[in-house]
Design a protein around this ligand. Structure first.
Ligand code: HEC
Length: 171
């Protein structure tokens, strides 16, 4: 019985079936194309969140040293500051217009005030380079000042361009 049923469905596929299959395939393709053109953002959002976390890690390392919790090691501060300076120029490119997908906390103000946003990223780089230099010449006072200045730049950018966080501190 079953065999006969199967047998009956063999033979040339009805035209409507082929058309239907083709439409399904094409629309799946279309969805995929749309998805790829619209979804590089989530990866990017995650990438920039990672980059920001990295900044936080470096800042914590420096904070502990300039505050005397750990030994002031010029080389370590220099390395951390250089890391920050290297990330800073990447920031603008990590925020293409409209990239506000979850889990992003970025604000649309970024693209309304792009020049300001970019300037803060540049300020971050300038201050991080300054810190690297001052740490290199063992100036704890200047390093402390530079560190504070960097913290202000982070905070200024977050204040304007990131949704309020429960744990808003120095980052
Ligand atoms: C030019 C602007 C800008 C500067 C400068 C900046 N940030 Fe951010 N930061 C942002 C924005 C915008 C977000 C939100 C990104 C998102 O959620 O998509 C963010 C998010 C973060 C986060 C949260 C990441 C998470 O877990 O969601 C941390 C931590 C952080 N920044 C640390 C820092 C530190 C530390 C500095 C300074 C050394 C810094 N940022 C400098 C704009 C900036």
């Amino acid at each position: 019985m079953t065999v006969r049923l199967v047998h009956q469905t063999e033979g040339p596929m009805p035209r409507s079936y082929i058309q239907h299959a083709l439409i399904v395939t094409l629309s799946t393709l279309a969805v995929n194309v749309m998805a790829t053109s619209e979804t590089p953002q989530p990866a990017l959002v995650e990438q920039r969140i990672e980059a920001m976390k990295e900044l936080k890690t470096q800042m914590k390392l420096i904070a502990d040293m300039v505050r005397g919790r750990t030994e002031f090691t010029a080389l370590a501060i220099q390395q951390a500051a250089t890391e920050i300076a290297a990330h800073a120029p990447e920031i603008s490119g990590l925020f293409p217009e409209g990239s506000l997908h979850s889990p992003s906390n970025a604000l649309p103000a970024i693209w309304e005030q792009k020049a300001k946003f970019d300037r803060l990223a540049t300020d971050l780089e300038t201050n991080a380079v300054r810190l690297a230099n001052n740490a290199a010449r063992q100036s704890q006072n200047d390093s402390k000042k530079d560190f504070r200045q960097i913290g202000r730049v982070c905070a200024a950018c977050h204040k304007h361009f990131r949704q309020k966080q429960k744990d808003d501190g120095e980052d």
